[in-house]
Ligand binder design. Structure first.
Ligand code: NAD
Ligand code: UDP
Length: 320
């Protein structure tokens, strides 16, 4: 009998890659998504596969799945600042009500639940690099609070079910991850810069570009999540690539990669934009024997190759 896994957010960037991985590992995969920021194109190649089924459903409403489940991965949530600023209430609901529904489902099915948390639980961090022990610095009432606090609540609720009900749970704190199937117009910095280069538009740096991020390639992220799910570790684990870079230097790397002759323009920094971010991955190394393998140069090339083959219509859609 194949093991059965439910993946929410299956039509999104990370969810679709996770579906691919679990199909490859021989699982029966049930993908669930309401397509609010995702696209069926990301998983249509799996439709003919007998080990895959898709349910169009909003997980903030009661979730029903027939048959048994061994694992649930809760990845449904708007994930880019543009998305969660546009749909703040849905973002709060999927992190809170959606997580509650999936915890209930996991109890009913005696399944193990892994939730997708985020480096945003650390907010604009005052500790650098960020270890899992750091409690964070989040502005609850700022525009990003809808995402950060939903994820913090999600973690608290998950730990409560773990402690009170003895439910098997896993918490991954995902740091900026990129790769093929990101939405070109989702406003995150990698699709933004690559889209601008492909459309011949100026490269937009927010603020003075001194803020830092550390970018992890999707295959490394999926490997870390897979190992965490199968581990016996229930405290949160950071998964990300510790190679930190300023946004200004990153813009130059994209200019070099794409060969664009457009200029860099500076725009205002969004409110509460974290000034620095770098995962401390000691715990992932120790507990999972995991570390990233794909360097930024290789990963960015693979990602750019993906964006380059999009149709002119897809390319035209810009948020800026
Ligand atoms: P994405 O927007 O590509 O995917 C999210 C998916 O969830 C979409 O397909 C969307 O339609 C679906 N969804 C949203 N609300 C839903 C709901 N109520 N019911 C059902 N489906 C719903 O984003 P992503 O980058 O793939 O992120 C996936 C998860 O990983 C999110 O939970 C996000 O918070 C987390 N995460 C991602 C990153 C990253 O760098 N990509 C970093 C930290 C955390
Ligand atoms: N950013 C930028 N130009 C853009 C889009 C983003 O300078 O066109 C900056 C943004 O302000 C942030 C960094 O790039 O400092 C990463 O932004 P992203 O939205 O990718 O992720 P997050 O802020 O959630 O880490």
């Amino acid at each position: 009998m194949k093991k059965r896994v439910l993946i929410t957010g299956a039509a999104g960037f990370l969810g679709s890659h996770l579906c691919d991985r679990f199909i490859k590992e021989g699982y029966h995969v049930i993908g669930m998504d309401n397509l609010i920021t995702g696209d069926l194109k990301n998983i249509e190649h799996l439709f003919p596969h007998e080990g895959f089924e898709f349910h169009h459903h909003d997980v903030s409403k009661y979730v029903h799945v027939s048959g048994g489940l061994d694992y649930i991965l809760h990845f449904a949530s708007p994930a880019s600042p543009i998305d969660y600023l546009k749909i703040p209430i849905q973002t709060l609901k999927v992190g809170s009500l959606g997580t509650h529904n999936l915890l209930g489902l996991a109890m009913a099915k005696k399944a193990r639940l892994l939730i997708a948390s985020t480096s945003e639980v650390y907010g604009d961090p005052l500790v650098h690099p960020q270890t899992e022990e750091y409690y964070g610095n989040v502005n609850t009432i700022g525009p990003r609070g809808v995402y950060d606090e939903a994820k913090r609540f999600q973690e608290s609720m998950t730990m409560a079910y773990h402690r009170y009900h003895g439910l098997e749970t896993r918490i991954v704190r995902i740091f900026n991850t990129y790769g093929p199937r990101m939405r070109l117009n989702d406003g995150r910095v990698i699709p933004a810069f690559m889209g601008q280069a492909l459309r011949g538009e100026d490269i937009t740096i927010f603020g003075d570009g001194s803020q830092t991020r550390s970018f992890c390639y999707v295959d490394d992220q999926v490997e870390g999540i897979y190992r965490l799910l199968l581990s016996d570790y229930s405290d949160p684990v950071n998964i990300g690539n510790p190679h930190e870079i300023s946004i200004k230097d990153f813009a130059q790397e994209i200019i070099d990669l794409t060969g664009t002759d457009q200029k860099v323009v500076y725009q205002s920094l969004p409110q509460d934009d974290p000034m620095q971010r770098q995962p401390d991955i000691s715990r992932a190394r120790e507990v999972l024997g995991w570390e990233p393998k794909v360097g930024r140069k290789e990963g960015m090339k693979l990602t750019y190759d993906y964006f380059k083959q999009l149709s002119p219509e897809e390319l035209k859609k810009s948020e800026h």
